[in-house]
Design a protein around this ligand. Sequence first.
Ligand code: GLC
Ligand code: CA
Length: 581
Amino acid sequence: MNKCILLLSWVLLTLGCSDHTRQQNDTAQIDRKWWKEGIVYQIYPRSFKDTNGDGVGDLRGVIEKLDYIESLGVTMVWMNPFFQSPMVDNGYDVSDYRGILPEFGTMEDFNELLAGLHERNIKFVLDVVVNHSSNQHEWFKKSRSSRDNPYRDYYHWWPAEKGDPPYRYSLFDPTGSAWKYDSLTDAYYLHYFAAEQPDLKWENPEVRREVYDIMKFWADKGVDGFRLDAFQFVSKDTTYPVFPEGWVDDFIKYYSMGPQIHDYLKEMNREVFSKYEVFSVSEGAGSTFQDAHDLVDADRNELHMAYHFKTVDLVNSLDGYELSEFKQVFSEWDSAFAEKGWISIFLSNHDVSRLVSRFGNDSPEFRTVSTQLLNTHLLSMRGTPYTYYGDELGMTNIDLDDISEYNDIAAKNSYQKALSEGQDMGLFMERLNFLSRDNGRTPMQWDNAENAGFTTGKPWLPVNENYPEINVADQENDPNSVLNHFRKMTRLRTNNLVLVYGDYDMILDDDDQIYAYTRTLNEDKMLILMNFSDQKAQAKLPEAFEVEQIMINNYSIAPFKKDSTVVLEPYQALIVRFDGR
Ligand code: GLC
Ligand code: CA
């Protein structure tokens, strides 16, 4: 007989030894992969920790915090770009893909950081920004210098004698147009993002070879994965057809998943991924489930994991979102990927506002429980969860009233655009205040020293003034903090494969306060119960669930009453192991 059973009480048994036994039994038929079982922690290096007082976070700052990162229980770190860059889009405009921006540190620092992560069994995911480069990249400088320069065909050019180029939309340009006239050679170049971010011409095999060489350079250094920035846009129809009426409403359909994208990915897989133990994810997944499957299903030999925007896109206005839609999107994506393929699970990143402000309740009364609820959800879904730095504390949006206080090029240029279109600027600023990317980029709140312990200098972006109430040091000491709850959740997920691979089934589908689902892997069954509202919520569980053990609960009150009734406190979130059904 297993000696655990002899020695331990029932409670310890379900926590410890039996977990192990259950997992052993369950794993035989699962296609286990480290990147499926991983928990990603996303670090925006400018904002994490500054070690030299210049107000900008740096690689040494991440090195200093390696033990903290390990303590979170995360197993992968994705870091936003730290390459040479004029920083027009905070590093998403790369001028040398093999060089490190001195503001961030040196290659020695990077090597040390990577080794420090690996010592702690944490993988590193590199951000690869190759839909476009910086206009300061040598390639672009040469490309624009003359029409017959060998680098001309590294970018998309439209000679002016052909007349105006067919309209293409730019996500960042103040005029809205993605074509920029360059008088030097009397031609327009294409930029889906800012004018300083010209799109690389993937149709040119030389460009692709350069990119694979860059990726191999980093893979040889030991990076474990690649996040391909804006990759769904790389393939273009270079005859530039005029798009039909209505394209505006279906931007992704017309601009993403161009004719050659799968050929490029298969080639990248062959040239790079297949040669290393790496994983890959691209930002964006087209406009349909089929698009996403075509990118990531194992038999396609393209990418490993899809990263779609349907969930973050639920909040794109001041009105917030409906729980019914939230449930629907998560359920539909889960069901579409139940048999094949694998998705990312996230509700925040560096391009959106803060998790608890956007999807939860960031009032002082509820922000702790509300963030705990959102983290319970993220870390109990099927797919690989991504947590953005600061969301393990419940960091909130910042209040920036004047456009001069914003740093983000997207904010500044969209302000210019709105102004020139005669939009209601009061409303525009209200929306920006809530939705801007700067919300998610404010410095990490380490303690209640000046500047939240982020820097001894002047921070590049203001520190949120709530840092005395929300910071790591305080939360370390509080067993009920968002931080310690996050750690419990990562431990729970890591110790229970059912939370990674188990089937997902929603229950109480029509409840407008409660989101509840089960995760099932053979005999191992978990029920996740979450009250997304600021009021108590009561419901009857559909059939007799026999609660075996509460695995995690963000209140000390258990919600189970007689006759399968549950009563949940505001933002109460718990996971229970159960039997039955
Ligand atoms: C991606 C990045 C975003 C960047 C854009 C252009 O969407 O996540 O931060 O601004 O690409 O590179
Ligand atoms: Ca610094």
